[in-house]
Design a protein around this ligand. Structure first.
Ligand SMILES: *Cc1c(COP(=O)(O)O)cnc(C)c1O
Length: 396
């Protein structure tokens, strides 16, 4: 198939749910992708914060091909070793006692929402069911998670949405306190908002949320689907503030591209789930869990948590030098989750970067988002900066 015919053939048979660029990639290695014409691109998106180890990391390729030759799937009617070992790894590095595996970020948050409601009813014996979430949040596209998501455009056309979600401004503790009623069972938020435009709350806010949850008997759910797995310079972003949630959701980078999601919780919370209460056919198959275990072991073996922090600091410093352009409002983020808010539409800059062989992304229309693989080098960052400098100079 030629590059020119691929878009029209795709558009003829694939649902039109994404505005795609007319580019098709055939190979990836580290932070580099090659298209059908052999043109190389430096990837500052990582398949939207997914390929944290870079593309086709040999440890993951080995784990996938080895496991695929042994056993791919048997269902959760049986025990499989890779699933147990992955859960043990996650439990040993987090606040959680128990893990539930699923297949995506939306599914992980769906599980978190169901768990919070069931915990309120069956463990605490209350009638509470409402969950307070944040404006500009993003929690997924299933009916429950789009109802949780604090963005009107995500819910548009799907009403009536699921009842029981209240949205308050992110970072506003007083608004949160006001929204909590006797029917509230949980607060759900991203410790750094990703799709909302890389918004970093101060640690004091997160501590205040934790205190409020403790005082009023609410569970605190952190959606770390985007921030988890070393992205922000910590294995989990909650480590920055030291605020420990009751339920944590993961997905994106957990499998470096293999579809896997998970929630972690304390035993006292996860006990609300029993046989038959929640399940998914593909959750934690030997194939994806073997891949994910290889991802996590590689992150540790290659010191990528520290690397994300150091490279993030370097990248943020370099981006900071571009603040002299009047269109740049702010540069913010943590580790290698970085946003540059502009006073203009970011779309043309994303397109111009693509043209020059750099893949970047834009959130909320005007926040350039940089989420490169954690193996990105200073040299690769140094090549992007002068290009952005020129493009920001010309931006109006
Ligand atoms: C991407 C994302 C989701 C949704 O994950 P999917 O795998 O696309 O369902 C949920 N929450 C956050 C914070 C995300 O960034």
């Amino acid at each position: 198939m030629t590059t020119t015919e691929l878009p029209s053939r795709a558009n003829a048979v694939i649902a039109n749910t994404y505005a795609r660029y007319p580019i098709s990639f055939v190979k990836g290695e580290g932070a580099t992708l090659w298209d059908t014409e052999g043109k190389a691109y430096t990837d500052f998106v990582s398949g939207i914060a997914v390929c944290n180890l870079g593309h086709c990391h040999p440890a993951v390729t080995r784990a996938v091909s080895g496991q695929a030759a042994d056993l791919v799937h048997v269902s959760n009617l049986f025990y499989t070793e890779p699933q147990v070992r992955l859960a043990e790894w996650l439990v040993s590095r987090s606040f959680g006692d128990k893990v539930f595996f699923c297949n995506s970020g939306a599914e992980a948050n769906e599980a978190a929402i169901k768990l919070a409601r069931k915990h309120a009813k069956e463990v605490r014996g209350t009638k509470r069911y409402r969950i307070v979430t944040m404006e500009k949040s993003f929690h997924g596209r299933t009916m429950a998670t789009l109802s949780a998501t604090g963005q009107e455009k995500i819910r548009k056309g799907f009403s009536p949405v699921l009842e029981g979600f209240d949205h308050v401004p992110y970072g506003d503790l007083a608004a949160l306190r006001k929204a909590v009623t006797e029917e509230t069972c949980a607060v759900m938020l991203e410790p750094i908002q990703g799709e909302g435009g890389v918004r970093v709350p101060d640690a004091e806010y997160l501590r205040g949320v934790r205190r409020l949850c403790d005082e009023t008997g609410l569970l605190l759910i952190f959606d770390e689907v985007q921030t988890g797995i070393a992205r922000t310079g910590r294995l989990f972003a909650y480590e920055h503030s030291g605020v420990v949630p009751d339920i944590l959701s993961l997905a994106k980078a957990l499998g470096n591209g293999l579809p896997i999601g998970a929630i972690l919780a304390k035993d006292s919370v996860m006990q609300a789930f029993g046989p038959g209460s929640h399940a998914t056919t593909f959750g934690g198959t030997p194939l994806v869990t073997a891949a994910s275990l290889a991802v996590l072991e590689t992150i540790e073996a290659e010191g990528l948590v520290l690397r994300a922090e150091e490279m993030g600091r370097y990248f943020m410093e370099r981006l900071g030098t571009l603040r002299r352009h009047p269109v740049v409002r702010e540069v913010r983020g943590a580790g290698l989750l970085i946003g540059m808010e502009l006073s203009v539409d970011g779309g043309p800059i994303v397109n111009a970067c693509l043209e020059k062989g750099f893949i970047i992304n834009c959130a909320q229309g005007n926040v350039l988002r940089f989420v490169p693989p954690l193996v990105i080098t200073k040299q690769e960052i140094d090549l992007l900066i002068p290009l952005l400098d020129t493009l920001l100079e010309d931006a109006v």
